[in-house]
Write a protein of this length. Structure first.
Length: 196
């Protein structure tokens, strides 16, 4: 990588780090171009060059953290061999991640990011395809072995991740869910929905 590319990556990382700090302190209202340029020292022109827009900064930040979450989920799935253990491992990895990174998780689960995900679903999913591949392979292998119900892979993914995502959102927004209890009990209920 050339020195120019290294500087570009460092600048982009600085913008993303600053954006998360602003989001953590002030929510979406705090994520303005002026706030990011003031706090990061990066010019507006440079931000537009790297991200295209303020919305591009928010999406790049969410994508970055989503990639980290998916990486931890994939790593958790590698540690188990059976489907039931995988459901438990995935649930725990996801919920532990939001506990450890609540600000980033709040952004990933925000209305703004949801709206973009719906509008640009194929593009965003394509950007995370490498991170989603281990989950898809795990689902496929356990469906083919008969350990998971014979449903289309997108349906299986939704049955497993849907409840975990909902719990994460509620914990982040309202805080009335005990994560430890969810880790202990939710995998059993998810397992009942996907076991043959």
């Amino acid at each position: 990588m050339s020195p120019k590319q290294q500087r570009g990556e460092a600048t982009a990382a600085q913008v993303l780090d600053t954006a998360l700090e602003l989001y953590a302190a002030q929510g979406e209202a705090g994520l303005t171009l002026n706030a990011i340029t003031s706090a990061s020292g990066v010019s507006a022109g440079s931000i537009y060059h790297h991200f295209g827009s303020l919305q591009g900064v928010v999406l790049a930040l969410a994508q970055s953290w989503l990639g980290r979450l998916l990486g931890e989920v994939a790593e958790a799935l590698e540690q188990v061999t059976d489907a039931r253990g995988g459901v438990c491992a995935l649930t725990e990895a996801y919920l532990r991640f939001i506990q450890e990174h609540p600000d980033a998780a709040r952004l990933m689960h925000s209305v703004t990011v949801d709206r973009e995900a719906i509008t640009n679903a194929r593009q965003l999913r394509g950007a995370q395809e490498a991170r989603l591949a281990p989950l898809a392979a795990w689902l496929h292998a356990h469906r083919e072995s008969g350990e998971l119900v014979a449903l289309p892979l997108p349906v299986l993914e939704s049955l497993i991740l849907g409840p975990v995502t909902s719990i994460a959102r509620r914990w982040l927004a309202v805080g009335d869910i005990d994560i430890e209890e969810a880790v202990r009990t939710v995998p059993h209920h998810i397992w009942r929905s996907v076991s043959p």
